[in-house]
Ligand binder design. Structure first.
Ligand code: GLU
Length: 470
């Protein structure tokens, strides 16, 4: 059973808000008592979820007749714009998890300065265990159940774990049936391109995830020329990056391991495989069945082709050998502890915790999924000089492209793939610079804490300006 970290997120919000209350000059409030009161009010608002909607979807199944499936839409906060966030189909879905993910959406959107608030949806179903007809019914009923609460100017869902453009297209179709004659293209993002979706949406999160790492290692690092980086307050982490650079300049590859080989992991692995600015090799990739490992590096293009046909990586040594990859097939969790320098976590939450954090060899961890590293593990990595690039920073490519898709439906013009990926990268790089500068020039707290701080500063300032903190 998966651990819930709603409390951890809430605790971090509380800590950051208490620090903001002591930050001189914040919101240009000079009276210290007044600033404390304002921040306490903002904390109360941001720690509270606006609306939790739980319903049951009743579906007539081929085998069992009618079954009842719990379904949620949780709207955390909309001070910075319409509610926005994906819908997840998974057997692990429960209220607390969806609420945590909704809070993370508010913070992610604020951090990247998108005009959106945060929400999340979930259906307690394993999409692989139902028939296509049942999946279609569940998707349509989800829209029927939540119709008063979703819409292009109120709450805009998108895909998440277990959902994809096919499901979103069905949902849009149902939305259109329910609201005849009304604009519908902006009601959901993550649609297929034929149905008004943005080109590049599927790859966006994986591309952005790898970019968060490559930007840190390359462009951001190189902006500190002539030893200026030695003076940065965060010296342990700076030395970690330097060590990897030395390795690459001595013609030794930087070893990358990628957990998860879906829309995020496979694309991030391909990006790393094709990256030419620094020497990299991908030594391990995994999915829910297996890890494929090779110290000489894996051919990711062949594996990507294989996964597109079989919907999984090779599961047995025999299947892997047929591909001539020279890869060993190991248990799925081996990807976490294998000999790697960089670990991209692109599967599900709660993968690196107190019980396995000391076995992680990688020096840089990148959260492509939401919440794969627990707060305790995050703090441990911070203390030992490892770098953790947190989810709300690294995996925002999806929602940024969602915003461009939504904008596309308003201006009634299709952007090209280059325009979409170019704009997404431009926006992300601006945020990376803000976060990396803030993190490396201070000597306390994790990078996650810095991200929360930047996001909460924006949210508090909006609450203040909109007169909500009296
Ligand atoms: N589900 C994605 C996320 O967690 C995308 C959300 C969206 O595009 O609204 O960021």
């Amino acid at each position: 059973m998966m651990k819930i970290n709603r409390e951890e997120t809430s605790g971090l919000i509380e800590g950051v808000m208490d620090d903001l209350a002591e930050k001189k000059g914040f919101l240009s409030i000079t009276d210290e008592a007044e600033l404390r009161k304002v921040c306490r009010s903002a904390k109360e608002i941001l720690k509270t979820t606006d609306k939790i909607i739980k319903s049951y979807i009743r579906v007539s199944t081929d085998k069992e007749g009618i079954v009842r499936i719990p379904a949620y839409r949780i709207q955390h906060n909309n001070i910075s714009g319409f509610y926005k966030g994906g819908i997840r189909f998974s057997e692990h879905v429960n209220e607390s998890e969806v609420e945590n993910l909704a809070i993370l959406m508010t913070l992610k959107n604020a951090l990247h300065q998108l005009p959106y608030g945060g929400a999340k949806g979930g259906v307690h179903v394993n999409p692989r265990k139902v028939t296509e007809r049942e999946l279609n019914l569940i998707s349509k009923k989800y829209v029927q159940r939540f119709k008063p609460d979703i819409g292009p100017d109120h709450d805009i869902p998108a895909p998440d774990l277990g959902t994809n453009e096919k499901i979103i297209d069905w949902m849009v179709g149902e939305y259109k049936t329910i609201h005849p004659g009304e604009p519908y293209l902006g009601s959901f993002t993550g649609k297929s391109v034929e149905n008004g979706g943005a080109k590049g949406r599927r790859e966006a999160t994986g591309i952005g995830t790898f970019l968060s790492y490559s930007w840190l290692m390359n462009e951001w690092y190189k902006s500190f020329s002539d030893g200026a980086g030695e003076n940065l307050a965060r010296n342990k982490q700076w030395e970690t990056i330097q060590r990897l650079h030395e390795k690459a300049s001595n013609k030794i590859d930087i070893n990358v391991a990628v957990q998860g080989f879906g829309n995020v992991g496979s694309v991030a692995a391909l990006e790393a495989y094709n990256y030419t600015n620094l020497r990299h090799k991908i030594v391990a990739v995994s999915d829910q069945h297996a890890t494929l490992y090779s110290s000489d590096g894996l051919d990711i293009e062949t594996l990507d082709q294989y996964a597109k046909i079989h919907f999984s990586l090779p599961k047995t040594q025999e299947e892997a050998d047929k591909l001539n990859l020279g890869a060993e097939v190991l248990p799925p969790e081996s990807v976490l502890t294998c000999d790697s320098d960089v670990l991209i976590l692109a599967a599900i939450e709660d993968q690196v915790r107190k019980d396995n954090m000391k076995e992680i060899k990688a020096d840089i961890l990148v959260e492509g999924a939401n919440a794969p590293v627990s707060l305790e593990a995050d703090e441990h990595f911070e203390n030992v000089g490892k770098v953790v690039i947190p989810d709300i920073l690294a995996n925002a490519g999806g929602v940024i492209v969602s915003y461009l898709e939504w904008k596309q439906s308003r201006v009634k013009e299709m952007y090209t793939r280059d325009e979409i990926i170019g704009e997404m990268s431009r926006q992300m790089k601006m945020t990376f610079d803000r976060v990396y500068d803030a993190y490396f020039t201070s000597d306390s707290d994790t990078m996650r804490y810095r991200c929360f701080m930047l996001a909460l500063e924006r949210l508090t300032s909006l609450l203040y300006k909109q007169g909500k903190l009296f």
